[in-house]
Design a binder for this molecule. Structure first.
Ligand code: HEM
Length: 390
């Protein structure tokens, strides 16, 4: 068994109290990383975040242990007697902040702003068109694709593993189903390829923020998951009803009401009871082992995540305005129509009118070709023509 002197007495007491794997002392030092790698992801030891507790040096316990294991291994390989360095471990444990409540309180104001954004209000009033909604789905696809990739990459992270529920929450598959439903004429591969369907800057910013969090500070993904998934499980359920009535044209008495065709994004078939799941998720947030500063960062990132959503909604609003303007100009001038059938009919009609005018004009000129006025007109035209050539 490895030396217990690696810990202060209090540090060892806390580790033993928190983690059953340490009950009979410390794990074998040189094989520590193997030991950690063998622990199943959902083992309570890992879920409890024990390896994320911070040492007095501000490193995680995992990093400190790995370092010691490597140092000892190196010393032994060099044929020297291994004298373990002393590590004073102070376990910070859970943030001491009720993260769930703190996030709810801190995002209250910005939540209200999100609810009041023009796009959300129109959605709630059932005023969104099918066209606007499907453009929104493409944006959501990119956001969730970034989020779920980043979460999966950090699935073993002690904080992320606590709030990572891919089976219950992942939305990318549902979004692809909805895209297929609303765009039957366009392959989803084309809609989701940024080279073929450009991503609006506000959506790019949102995806970049998620990717950056995943790459450089995975704990911040807690904020992004909270903002989207708890939102989808809360207000999202109200939006799903609006969608069914206003865009799909079904009401609660219709047999299709319970179908998720066209509303797969809001359906969570792997969650039995949504309220219980949300309570469990909030409990997990409160159990996270993050430092007080870490908790502050997560809370700030949640506010930022709401703002990124508001920017995305505004961008959707602008796209909708542009779409409405295009439709309005279509009504005034059929020439600008993007519909090829209508455009062909218009061109044929225009040609007919021009031919008639020219025909009548030429016939008139032939009839009065001897009149002074027509001769003068012909001469002026000839001069103008020569002038153009000269
Ligand atoms: C359409 C407008 C919206 C309505 C009507 C709405 C409504 C609600 C309601 C009623 C709750 C409380 C649920 C509960 O206590 O169990 C809630 C919570 C929440 N909403 Fe919204 N919401 C809307 C928009 C949004 C947006 C746009 C986001 C973010 C993108 C969002 C994110 C959240 C989050 C994260 C929670 C969980 C709060 C917590 O329990 O900590 N909501 N929403």
């Amino acid at each position: 068994m490895a030396e217990e002197g690696l810990f202060t007495e209090e540090g060892l007491r806390q580790v033993k109290e928190k983690c059953p794997a340490f009950q009979s002392g410390l794990p074998e030092r040189a094989s520590f990383e193997d030991f950690v790698a063998q622990i199943p992801k959902d083992h309570p030891t890992v879920k409890s975040g024990i390896f994320d507790v911070q040492t007095a040096e501000g490193r995680t316990l995992y990093a400190a242990f790995s370092n010691i294991a490597r140092e000892l291994e190196g010393m032994e390989q060099n044929g020297r007697v291994a004298t373990p360095p002393i590590l004073a471990v102070e376990i910070s444990g859970p943030a001491g902040v009720e993260l769930a409540n703190a996030m709810r309180e801190s995002t209250k104001q910005v939540h209200r702003l999100a609810e009041r954004s023009t796009f959300t209000k129109r959605f709630l009033r059932g005023q969104l068109s099918r066209q606007e909604y499907r453009v929104f789905l493409v944006a959501l696809f990119h956001v969730y694709s970034s989020l779920e990739t980043a979460l999966q990459r950090n699935a073993q992270h002690p904080v992320i593993s606590m709030i990572h529920f891919p089976h219950e929450l992942n939305r990318v598959t549902a979004l692809l189903q909805d895209l297929q439903f609303y765009y039957p004429e366009i392959p989803t591969s084309q809609l989701t390829d940024p080279n073929q369907t450009p991503i609006p800057p506000a959506v790019q910013d949102y995806c970049a923020a998620i990717q950056e969090a995943g790459d450089s500070n995975p704990e911040l993904l807690v904020a992004h998951s909270y903002t989207r998934y708890l939102g989808d499980l809360s207000g999202g359920q109200i939006l799903a009803k609006r969608l069914k009535v206003a865009i799909l044209g079904i009401d609660e008495t219709d047999p299709q009401w319970d179908s998720s065709e066209g509303t797969a994004f809001y359906a969570f078939p792997n969650i039995g009871n949504v309220d219980e799941f949300k309570t469990m998720y909030r409990d997990r947030l409160n159990e996270l082992h993050v430092s007080t500063r870490g908790a502050e960062h997560i809370i700030n990132e949640a506010v930022r995540a709401f703002e990124l959503n508001i920017n995305m909604f505004d961008a959707m609003g602008h796209m909708a305005e542009a779409e409405t303007a295009r439709s309005a100009s279509k009504d005034v001038s059929p020439r600008s129509s993007r519909n090829p059938e209508l455009r062909a009919t218009t061109t044929r009609r225009d040609l007919l009118v021009v031919s008639l005018v020219v025909g009548v004009g030429v016939a008139g000129l032939m009839r009065y070709r001897d009149s002074t006025l027509v001769r003068r007109l012909a001469s002026a035209l000839r001069d103008w023509f020569h002038g153009m050539r000269g």
